[in-house]
Design a protein around this ligand. Structure first.
Ligand code: ARG
Ligand code: ZN
Length: 877
């Protein structure tokens, strides 16, 4: 074909065509089945050869096709065989391989060759620190070999790996090791077989110089499972917490959901170059080192909790994800939303239930709410995408979990369990849909979820306004809901919103029982008799629905709830509302100096009560003393001025630090005397020590500097050391430099701790954070090749009012430059940095124009990945 006529040479340069839009409604079953897959790897860091042998047969439930379309991504077939004979009845269609097949069943073999060391995207088979590992979800398998790379094609895998015994002494894949042996010239091989049919995204392979922490777990029906956590030799001493977490996960899933493990081995491998948190490959979970390695000296209490949560999450996927997988990627929340709920319930059961709930809501409100009110808003079950990696979002994961949690709240624990039992039973071995899940809960729990399904269809955080009226002896609650317009969804219908409420008697400080009211209409009224005096309303207790409550409420009622509410979440919420209401008033200019003082006094009174309350445990006390974050505050405003939010919030912090100075110092002293260890008491003491320093730093910087430096020097845990250093990093005294240097030298060579060193500086309140981050990007330890390092420097920075939101626009430019430089190296990680710039419509006009300008500059780049292209165009659209 004439090349000039297709490329338009001689005319204007061709517009690169946008990556295609994939639609949920276009789903069609695959015309072929692949009952078995055999893979043979000859492993090398720079060159790995892959032979794939697929048994294929026609799928009687699909429209017939004579062509077998196998997805590829950057691959060339080195040879294609059909039923053992070299074939030429194939052609390429873009990256895909099309093979014409005459009969109903064939054996298709394909040879390919890949370069793991050159794979900087970290999708498919790649090299990390000399080892080889894989990441196939969502569409990485097609970078290893040609395959129907979609979750509804399930196949039984047999994998043979061969390679240098010196370079790759350990060879792992899914299932059981069935044979192994020595080859020539120092090579060896191993064969693994996974009896459970699975989609290609759950395939995994690991080869490297690894050592294992081994243990075992005996399941409820007596199956002994060999457990191993594989790491580099120098990391072995930091794997005990992960192993304990794994055993607790296995046991909890039996008790809470009746789920038993289904193989004789379970392996976890820790990898230092990883795009996400971890991956649930069947019996061979691969983890970011961040979610495996911990000891008290190098990991914070928060890190310990995150490890327990992620180990649980990936383990729970064995049923919610692997035994029952997704029909297509639009159903991602089927496995992710449900599995997040399962990991949240697990962590709550292992630690403090109320504290875990507060932490989960904080993440939802600071990450998912902004997503839901911005240009990237999408339903938990999206309708279209260009790059599925962009939909591994807080909406699909965390809002997805909240939606299922609402079903649990409406059904009650026991009936919900009947629903999940039915789901696991009915769909075991299938690639299912969100609709299948809802129907199973409906049938098993006996709920009518007809209207509730709208939570899967409609994006946007519902706003619920609540007003309590009191006439005679009756309290009347007026509720009204509005689901805001989101991109592509201008009109919304009301959704069922389950709200736990209680009405408190002002004198006794008690209520007459919690009730669940479900708001199903746009407007509804609920009446409660038997109140001589107007009660105090506690609403959305335990955060029973992922909505924003709007109500006029007197400060004195919030102070009352902060002191008296027996629902710990509601107590936390009252504190938050008190502060949000106060700061919102100041920021909108509707509050004068006198009212500011009375607002502060109310907040100060509530804080003092929290510090003094002998009934509270310190973990909960720490939550109650946490001010609402700047993103959550910005979310309360139609158009936000980040500098003003920072100034008012810091102003309040300083006032609290000054007026509560002696209480905070005493609290710090008391906590510093508490015993160490990993008990809730010890963790609580560490938490409030740093909370005290945070307020003191704002109120009395010199005192805080001395106290933080002392805490740093006395620290025997990373929690104390990092907390102190965080405070010092935001101050401008000499201890900042001293301790940052000490920290670096002390932990040089420990990548996860050096990540903290970058992150602390990049998130600081220091006025020069922009220049500091710029300088850190040139530090010899900084590299764009490692996602943890990139995220540790630049993600915290996007939260800095004085850095990212610097009036000069220098912060926006820095992030846009990062995206452009990182995009060709690692598009998945690059695209994650678009959303902070995508907030431009909700920021004051001058900064807004600068942010939009940077997005336009990215959009104009000659070549963008699908990932970044999609996020930037949606953000501008
Ligand atoms: N399924 C994994 C988890 O949540 C996430 C893997 C996503 N990976 C990706 N490259 N998009 O547990
Ligand atoms: Zn997951």
């Amino acid at each position: 074909m004439d090349i000039a006529s297709t490329t338009g040479i001689g005319d204007a340069p061709p517009e690169p065509s946008p990556p295609p839009l994939i639609r949920r409604e276009d789903y069609a079953p695959y015309p072929w089945r692949v009952p078995t897959t055999e893979l043979r790897f000859v492993l090398g860091v720079d060159k790995t050869t892959v032979q794939a042998k697929l048994k294929v047969e026609r799928n009687p439930h699909a429209n017939p096709a004579n062509v077998l379309r196998l997805n590829g991504d950057g691959l060339k077939p080195a040879g294609v065989w059909i039923d053992g004979s070299l074939a030429n009845s194939w052609e390429m269609d873009g990256d895909d391989l099309l093979i014409t097949l005459p009969g109903d069943a064939h054996e298709v073999s394909i040879d390919t060759q890949i370069d793991p060391a050159g794979n900087s995207q970290l999708m498919g088979l790649y090299a990390s620190n000399g080892m080889l590992c894989t990441q196939c979800e969502a569409e990485g398998f097609r970078r290893i070999t040609f395959f129907p790379d979609r979750p509804d094609v399930l196949s039984t895998y047999t994998v043979r790996m061969e390679g240098s015994k010196a370079d790759f002494p350990v060879l792992l894949s899914n299932g059981n090791c069935t044979a192994s042996g020595e080859g020539e010239d120092g090579s060896h091989w191993a064969e693994w077989h996974d009896p459970w049919p699975k989609p290609s995204y759950l395939f995994a392979l690991v080869a490297g110089q690894l050592v294992a922490n081994t243990d075992s777990f005996t399941t409820m029906n007596g199956r002994k499972v060999d457990l191993a956590i594989w790491v580099r030799p120098e990391d072995l001493s930091r794997t005990d917490h992960a192993m304990e977490s794994l055993k607790r996960s296995m046991q909890w899933d039996e008790q809470a959901f009746g789920r038993e493990y289904d193989l004789d081995v379970f392996n976890i491998v820790a990898v230092s170059d990883f795009n996400m948190g971890a991956m649930e490959n069947k019996s061979l979970n691969i983890f970011n080192t961040k979610y495996v390695l911990a000891d008290q000296e190098t990991a914070t209490d928060g890190d310990y909790d995150a490890i327990e949560g992620v180990i649980g999450h990936e383990y729970f996927h064995n049923w919610s994800g692997n035994r029952i997988t997704c029909r297509d990627w639009f159903q991602l929340s089927l496995k992710e939303g449900f599995t997040v709920l399962r990991d949240q319930l697990f962590s709550a059961a292992m630690g403090s239930e109320p504290v875990k709930r507060i932490e989960d809501v904080r993440v939802l409100r600071s990450v998912q709410f902004p997503e839901d009110s911005g240009p990237l808003a999408h339903p938990i079950r999206p309708d279209s995408y260009r790059e599925i990696s962009n939909f591994y979002t807080a909406t699909v994961y965390n809002k997805g979990a909240e939606v299922i949690r609402m079903m649990r709240t409406m059904a009650g624990e026991e009936r919900f369990r009947r629903g999940t039992d039915l789901y696991f039973d009915r769909h075991d071995g299938e690639a299912a849909t969100c609709e299948d899940f809802v129907t199973a809960i409906e049938d098993g729990a006996g709920l009518d979820l007809a209207d509730f399904r709208r939570w899967y269809q409609q994006a946007g955080t519902p706003k619920v306004s609540a007003k309590l009226e009191h006439v005679g002896d009756t309290a009347t609650l007026h509720l009204e809901q509005a689901v805001p317009a989101t991109p592509g969804q201008p009109d919304k219908r009301p959704m069922p919103i389950p709200l736990k409420i209680a009405l408190f008697d002002r004198k006794s400080g008690k209520h007459h029982g919690e009730q669940l009211v479900t708001l199903t209409e746009a407007q509804q009224t609920f009446s409660f008799a038997g109140f001589d005096e107007s009660p105090v309303l506690s609403i959305n207790r335990d955060f029973s629905a992922p909505v924003a409550i709007e109500r006029e409420v007197a400060d004195e009622d919030l102070v009352f709830l902060a002191a008296n509410d027996d629902d710990p979440f509601a107590r936390y919420e009252a504190m938050q509302d008190l502060v949000v209401g106060h700061l919102r008033g100041l920021l909108s200019g509707s509050v004068d100096a006198a009212k500011r003082d009375s607002g502060r006094a109310a907040i100060g009174e509530a804080f003092r009560a929290v510090i003094a309350d002998g009934e509270l445990d310190d973990l909960m006390r720490g939550e109650l003393l946490t001010l609402p974050g700047e993103t959550y505050l910005a979310e309360q405003m139609l158009v936000a001025d980040p500098a003003a939010i920072r100034a008012e919030r810091e102003g309040l912090k300083a006032w609290l630090g000054q007026s509560l100075e002696s209480d905070l110092v005493a609290m710090h002293e008391r906590a510093a005397a508490a015993p160490g260890g990993m008990s809730a008491e010890a963790k609580g003491a560490r938490k409030i020590k740093t909370s005290a320093l945070v307020f003191l730093a704002a109120g009395n910087p010199d005192l805080a500097e001395t106290m933080a430096a002392a805490q740093y020097d006395a620290a025997t845990t990373m929690t104390d050391r990092q907390g102190a250093l965080m405070v010092l990093t935001s101050l401008q005294g000499p201890q900042r430099t001293h301790k940052l240097l000490d920290f670096y030298n002390r932990f040089k060579g420990n990548a996860l701790v050096i990540d903290k060193w970058f992150a602390l500086q990049a998130s600081s309140l220091h006025p020069s954070v922009l220049e500091q981050v710029k300088a850190l990007a040139g530090h010899p330890d900084f590299t764009l090749k490692n996602p943890n390092r990139v995220r540790s420097l630049y993600m915290p920075f996007t939260g800095t009012a004085q850095g990212f939101h610097a009036a000069s626009g220098g912060g926006y430019k820095m992030i846009a430059d990062l995206i452009l430089e990182l995009d060709p190296i690692n598009p998945q990680t690059a695209a994650r940095f678009v959303s902070p710039l995508g907030r431009w419509r909700r920021i004051e006009p001058e900064r807004s124009a600068l942010m939009k300008g940077e997005l336009e500059r990215i959009a104009a780049a000659p070549k963008l990945s699908r990932d970044t292209y999609e996020q930037v165009t949606r953000s501008l659209g």
